[in-house]
Design a protein. Structure first.
Length: 404
């Protein structure tokens, strides 16, 4: 069945800017902020490259309200504050507002630091640890601070978690469980353990560009060798097209369809067939033909096998003509947040009528696609497709249609 749900607010924090205005400016300018990861708990004997956030603010929350909050909670508060004000959610009954958080095990660095601090004195471990190791802790923090009283839960889909959260938020609105549902891609706060794990399976970028971090993140380029981690978080607000949204709101786009499918595969290797099925399901539910898609925001992690597999799925799905750029080339891979951050980037590009450049796309692995390369391109997007894939064979695709 074709969807018609409106996005009435967008919020984002990223290494290149907090808030959608600064994020959009930096995105279109092709800015990046890669370097050696510096947060305590991220480095041990190896040097890992990536991009980290600057100081975070949430204007409607007091310093006391954020005191003791994890980095993931602070990022969630910042993006929720932005969407809450833009969508004027104070005008909606708290029982009719829902929240779906995409991501699981998102506070790992905070937990590792706590465990190391109390290793010799476990009796002094703070009592809140009993809650903070659970994914529900982030739900509790967000609902308490914003007074959300509708359904609130997390969904885990590895790197597809952000788009999976959107699919679940859409289902809640369609089922009339809520009038408004926020989908949030949580900041995954990696510790050095996760960095070592990703490096060990060949997913995280190697030391090839250790002395030139700005060159290391290169999705779809011949010299790619894995993803670079990038701290990020984003949220959107979804609500039904009718009755009309609150007076004065200007929806960004309409969610017209989506596909969520599995590969029946526990491992990290991607599947052309699974990705192609997700695309086909999204197009079928939207009522679109492949040639009608004029912009595609891919998963594009920079993985040697992942990028090649994704391009094969894109080409064999009939999407060669769509413009294509790589948001991760500017921000790095936000893991649980990535899909939602890339949806935010897509919606903001649709609003301004311009597509951001792709960094380090010097020798694309397939020159036959309609790449946006080193310079931004003026383009009024009518129909956009966003792709997001996760370990264990989770494949998602979403269709977004312009309202103008």
């Amino acid at each position: 069945m074709q969807l018609d749900l409106r996005v009435t607010a967008v919020g984002v924090v990223s290494p290149i800017g907090q808030g959608k205005a600064e994020f959009t400016r930096a995105l279109l300018a092709g800015e990046s902020a890669f370097g050696e990861l510096k947060r305590p708990g991220r480095q041990r004997e190896s040097r890992f490259l990536g991009a980290e956030l600057g100081p975070l603010t949430a204007p409607t929350l007091s310093h006391h309200g954020l005191r003791g909050a994890s980095l993931s909670a602070q990022a969630a508060a910042a993006v929720l504050d932005e969407v809450w004000r833009e969508a004027r959610l104070d005008e909606v009954a708290p029982e009719r507002v829902g929240l779906v958080i995409g991501g699981s095990n998102v506070q790992q660095r905070e937990l590792v630091l706590l465990q190391e601090r109390h290793r010799e004195r476990p009796d002094y471990l703070r009592p809140t640890y009993a809650m903070s190791f659970l994914d529900t802790d982030l739900c509790g923090f967000c609902t308490a601070h914003f007074g959300i009283r509708g359904p609130a839960f997390t969904v885990g889909g590895a790197s597809a978690s952000g788009q999976l959260a959107i699919a679940q938020a859409a289902a809640a609105v369609r089922a009339k469980q809520v009038d408004v549902c926020i989908a949030l891609g949580a900041l995954m706060d990696l510790s050095y353990w996760e960095c070592y794990g990703f490096r060990a399976i060949g997913a995280m970028g190697s030391d090839r560009f250790a002395e030139q971090p700005d060159l290391a993140c290169r999705p779809f380029d011949q010299r790619r060798d894995g993803f670079l981690f990038g701290e990020s978080c984003a949220a959107i607000v979804l609500e039904a097209a009718a009755p009309r949204p609150r007076a004065g709101l200007e929806p960004y786009a309409s969610l017209r369809g989506g596909g969520v499918v599995s590969d029946a595969n526990r491992n990290a290797n991607p599947s052309v067939e699974g990705e192609r099925r997700a695309i086909a399901e999204a197009l079928a539910t939207s009522g679109w033909r492949a040639e009608q898609v004029d912009y595609l925001n891919p998963h594009g992690s920079g993985s040697p096998i992942g990028d090649a597999t994704e391009l094969e799925a894109i080409k064999t799905s009939g999407l060669r003509a769509a413009y294509l750029n790589t948001t991760k080339s500017l921000l790095g891979h936000g893991l649980s947040a990535a899909g939602l951050v890339e949806v935010a980037a897509t919606l903001l590009q649709m609003r301004v009528g311009r597509l951001h450049p792709s960094r380090n796309l010097e020798e694309p692995i397939d020159e036959g696609l309609n790449w946006v390369r080193a310079a931004s391109v003026e383009h009024r997007v009518r129909r956009a497709l966003t792709l997001s894939f996760g370990f264990s064979g989770i494949n998602t695709a979403l269709c977004w249609e312009s309202l103008s």
